[in-house]
Design a protein around this ligand. Structure first.
Ligand code: ZN
Length: 563
């Protein structure tokens, strides 16, 4: 069993401040990661969008800094730049830049740092050590921050500092920190303005060495997986790409993706500075026992694709995940990476890019076709699908969906409905999942269209499940309140695009139609009636199906004309 953060903090504190970051690192290596970090392969990444000129990228950030302890009692791990670099190497993650930090602040919800008091006597009286750099201060900071973000859904808007990747870092052992955004008052010593106009206490500065840490320095990481203009890329490649680096860096192309001149013994070499396409290139056959040579990234790239630790050694985990992938795409599950498996992996990468985030811009249908009015303050989200959080339960087969199944999620009408549904789908052990969640201002995806989700027994194998925020007991009037009208419009936009994309007919298919094998738009209730394998009756008898299908039809026609 893991040890709670309270104990870890007391122990770390008792050991003094010397080498504290090394002791934190060994705790992490011995399995003390907690909260969303318990298994770094399953971090619930949150999307951050960056637009420069005509280019748009979607990056993925971990919702909380690296945590140690147990899931019930964890703290942000005290983080030196050295520790941050080593974790990046261990898990194939990317460290922040000032620009990525700023984007998180802008697109998360605003929460200010729980600044820990600095004056000795007051701090001691309140249970703090008079030293900023102690483990108990980290514990208190974490608790204050978790209290401040409790009950809120989405990304906390970065009330901490991080160690940055920057071209200014040229002196060995010197680390650059940045952050501590605030909306608070100005004093003679700050706050300052970031390049994008945000107010913060810590400008990019290199006053510390790579072993320094204090409670405000935490481990913020980004996934290698990102998209640029809808194409899957590696964030490392983007940071090194003259054409697109600006999307992720205020300084343009970065000269290094590492903290400066750290001891690299036992750590993974950085990827060569060759901008890539995110595609995997077949170089040689890989199988159990294969290894990357010095400076080589063949096995490591396959490992990144599979989502395991890219250590360049093809071991049992890589073998198992390879077989699982091969099975999912109908190849012989032998764990051997030859040209066929590479081709299937590249097809899967392309499908992920096309399915997740690039459903295209919103379509505006002629107003005469609007049978469901739009609420006055309606704004079309862009992108239409805010992000992708992989469901915990799903079947990674490759199939062609032929039906859309509409559900109500039986949750309150809240603007955070889709985010909450996606979070539940990504974390719940219950065997239930769906492809898209819709609320009044956003859509989140949980399962790829070509994968099977578990939402409507009888129609799971060929259906795309869409959960609408709201309840099956809604009256006709309830479906016409501003919230539901916005949900219906977003759902219609989504369904129109899915029908076009997959060639699904835009028509309502009832229970009889389902039994006759017709394809189109149906409901959980109809699936229940047809196949008798569930008792659910959502989205309820007053769901305005005729108007909804008419709206989807209008949007589909408008899109066809525009094309
Ligand atoms: Zn349902």
């Amino acid at each position: 069993m893991g040890r709670i953060a309270t104990e870890l903090a007391v122990d770390l504190q008792a050991g003094g401040t010397a080498d504290l970051d090394r002791r934190v690192l060994s705790l992490i290596k011995s399995g003390a990661l907690a909260g969303p970090w318990r298994d770094p392969r399953r971090i619930p990444w949150m999307p951050i969008t960056s637009t420069v000129g005509k280019d748009t990228a979607v990056f993925q950030v971990a919702p909380l800094p690296v945590c140690i302890g147990t899931d019930d009692d964890f703290m942000f791990a005290p983080m030196s730049a050295d520790t941050q670099q080593q974790l990046a190497d261990m898990y194939g993650l990317v460290q922040p830049t000032t620009k990525l930090f700023d984007l998180c602040r802008q697109q998360g919800f605003q929460v200010n740092p729980a600044t820990q008091p600095y004056d000795g006597p007051t701090r001691v009286a309140r249970g703090y050590s008079p030293n900023m750099g102690d483990a108990l201060a980290s514990l208190r900071f974490t608790r204050d921050m978790l209290k401040a973000i409790a009950g809120r859904v989405g990304l906390p808007g970065f009330p901490y500092k991080g160690w940055m990747l920057t071209n200014r870092a040229e002196t060995p052992g010197q680390a650059y920190n940045y952050g501590f955004y605030t909306t608070g008052a100005t004093t003679s010593t700050g706050p300052f303005r970031s390049a994008s106009g945000l107010v913060l206490w810590q400008q990019l500065a290199g006053r510390h060495n790579t072993r320094h840490w204090d409670y405000s320095q935490v481990g913020v990481y980004f996934s290698q997986s990102c998209t640029v203009n809808g194409r899957v890329r590696r964030l490392s490649d983007v940071l090194l790409d003259p054409e697109f680096a600006r999307l992720a860096s205020d300084e343009g192309v970065l000269k290094t993706l590492r903290q400066p001149l750290l001891d690299q013994s036992g750590v993974i070499a950085p990827r060569p500075s060759q901008p890539g396409t995110g595609e995997l290139t077949f170089k040689r056959v890989l199988k159990l026992g294969s290894r990357d040579g010095a400076g080589e990234r063949v096995v490591a790239d396959v490992q990144l694709f599979l989502g395991c630790r890219p250590d360049g050694a093809f071991g049992p985990t890589t073998d198992g995940l390879s077989r699982e992938f091969q099975r999912s795409v109908g190849l012989t599950p032998d764990g051997v990476w030859g040209p066929k498996t590479y081709a299937a992996a590249n097809a899967a990468l392309a499908a992920r890019a096309a399915t997740n985030l690039s459903l295209g811009p919103a379509v505006v249908a002629p107003s005469s076709s609007v049978v469901l009015p739009l609420p006055d303050d309606f704004r079309m989200p862009s992108p239409l699908v805010a992000g992708f959080r992989q469901a915990k339960q799903y079947k990674p087969v490759t199939r062609k969906p032929t039906k859309i199944v509409i559900h109500t999620a039986e949750i309150a009408e809240l603007p955070t409905g889709a985010e909450a549904l996606a979070a539940a789908c990504a974390t719940s052990d219950r065997v239930a999942s769906w492809h898209y969640s819709v609320d009044c201002d956003s859509i989140w995806q949980s399962v790829l269209d070509e994968h099977v989700a578990f939402h409507a027994p009888g129609a799971n194998h060929d259906g795309i499940g869409i959960e609408l925020s709201g309840r099956a007991k809604q009256t006709a009037a309830d479906w016409r309140d501003d919230y539901s009208l916005a949900v219906l419009e977003l759902a219609a936009q989504l369904v129109a695009r899915l029908c076009r994309k997959h060639g699904i007919p835009v028509r309502y298919v009832d229970e009889k139609g389902l039994l006759a094998g017709e394809n189109g738009i149906t409901t959980h209730h109809d699936v229940t009636q047809a196949f008798k394998r569930s008792t659910h009756t959502d989205p309820g008898e007053h769901f305005p199906m005729a108007e909804f299908v008419a709206r989807v039809q209008a949007l589909t026609e408008a899109a066809a004309q525009a094309a």
